[in-house]
Design a protein around this ligand. Sequence first.
Ligand code: FEO
Length: 394
Amino acid sequence: MPPVKVLEDIYWVGAVDWNIRNFHGFTYTTHRGTTYNAYLILDEKIALVDTVYGPFAGEMMERIKEVVDPAKIDYIIANHVETDHSGAIAEVLKHASRAKVIGTARCKAGLEKHYFGNWDFQVVKTGDELNLGSRTLKFIEAPMLHWPDSMFTYIEKDALLLPNDAFGQHLASSGRFDDEVDEAVLMAEAAKYYANILWPFSTLILRKIEEIQKLGLKINMIAPSHGVIWRKDPMKIVQAYISWAKGEAKRKVLVVYDTMWGSTEKMAKAMVEGLRSEGVEVMLFRLPCSDRSDVVKELLDARGLVVGSGTINNGILPTVAPFLEDLVGLKPRGKVAAAFGSYGWGGGAVKHIEESLTKAGMKLVLPGLSVNWVPNKEELQRSFEFGKEFAKKL
Ligand code: FEO
């Protein structure tokens, strides 16, 4: 793929990673791959905004060379330390020996600890500007969106926001713009990205959007560091972020469970019917068969979550633990929850689940439902009623 013209004198020179299937270690499955977006700005001075993941450095350099001699690059804007964006800085600097690296103070410290390079670095903070000639780059610190070093770059002349990870999607595609991909797929990937990466920072996201609105920055285009560029309607993703950050959800419930010999599963299915009978949209996930990051994505617009596990060794099945651990870290806001499960003798799974759900900031709205061994007819009816009662708490 050649470099892609984004606007006059601004080029996408990043890389498309069609084959990556796991991100952030094995915490996030990227079924549709991803992209690492880097943007080259040609003016009296030349700036490269972000780079790519190290293994794609050569590919990026080839794209840069198609636009300009890399030796002419004056600035590398490092909006974020994480290696999927900074991994090729050292390679760029081999060719652009006079280039200065620009980022926040935390970015400087982070890059030094990642790459141990003695680079010419200029620290910037919110409100600082860098004139390139006809364009001026404006910097906006964005700590914890999603790392302490994170920063947005804004170009007033083009009404272009380069927010790095924010507003991104893990989506490899031949098109580089939102109007060149399927809209439903795009929004689903944007939601998955928000839920799995940005959810814990929802309060900060609302504040940052408000701060940008107060600055009165006109935004015609948002070019994130992953996925496609929002040019058709950039406010669509901003509005989606506001909605997700506020915890807006619908009458939808996830029933998430694992089972040893099928008893907890029988309860789960009876609950689904109880929820359905109250007109609630329900999704059922057995954990070992379901991708955790997909389940988290589905939770984003659900109002309720019911988690079940058979008891083993006085606790939960180990297959349920990673999901609960995700929830504790992500802290989904505004959800109601309940726990259930079968047991043989001592029990313990329901209590364990309830503790985790509480730790994740969810509100328990029903006492947990435990069933000894295999649920009989009455116990299945109780599971059905449990679903109905939960629906009324939404
Ligand atoms: Fe895409 Fe936080 O790196």
